[in-house]
Design a protein around this ligand. Sequence first.
Ligand code: CP
Length: 322
Amino acid sequence: MGKNIQLDSHGRLRHFLSIEGLNRTLLTEILDTAENFVSVGNRAAKKVPLLRGKTIANLFFEPSTRTRTTFDLAEKRLSADVLNININTSATTKGETLLDTLQNLTAMQIDLFVVRHSASGAAHFIAQHVPDSVSVINAGDGRHAHPTQAMLDMFTIRKHKEDFTRLRFAIVGDVLHSRVARSQIHALNMLGCPEVRVIGPHTLSPSHVEDLGVHFTTNMEAGLDGVDVIIMLRLQNERMSGALLPSKGEYFHYYGLTEQRLKRAAADAIVMHPGPMNRGVEIESAVADSGHSVILQQVTNGIAVRMAVLSMAMQQSNPEGA
Ligand code: CP
């Protein structure tokens, strides 16, 4: 990437494109700022005027439920004017390039773009082509990065476990195609986690996965032994080119998180999933709906974390200050 375009000359967040290139101080600032925004969601009037007068465009070139709606809510709770561009009815369907679409939207004086795209690097590309006054937040690009998802996961973990430096993690499933797992691993390493285990079949694990600073095992039972946090991943069929598994049933047999397997983890282990979740494929319903599951808390926390990132990128992060 060369120059770190995510930070301004004072080291503050300008774009949020990936966890790589940031540092522990900045990640902690995002988590602390999000903490301040949680109370906004608990008010009768769920709104602060922090981004009043700012215009934000949500550009989702790929389907999304959680990320799109929580960004939308976060922006509205910050009082920004929000444009949800429907790509299916936009001029991109007539052959307009991403750059031309971007330049036309920039001409409408957008202050910040939230971008999801199937191509790895799309958010970086956009960030390199916007004027200096405009920020870009990556809402998931190909199999590369999903940094706000990683931060809402870190926020949720901190709520339950506090000290990252004492925790053991298991990330289970299709790490090969997962932008979420990559961002989580970078964030966990940056926050000082001593042990991150990746569990899955060889066909769904990146070659040299250990280079990311994790331990790899194909053995689900052994991998879950004593862990404090279990992060389950979906099989990302839309990014698979060819059959990497015999069947979903066989996958569940070896890697599905069942109540029985959960007993291998610490007694107070939490179970996470970024969604969308496929019950009976990577996780048993009894586990997904159990007291160990914090899956819906992840969704709720996504609003405060996205409010934090939006306000920091716009250099306005005090919820009481406007
Ligand atoms: N976790 C996540 O990115 O979900 P969506 O695809 O629904 O946004």
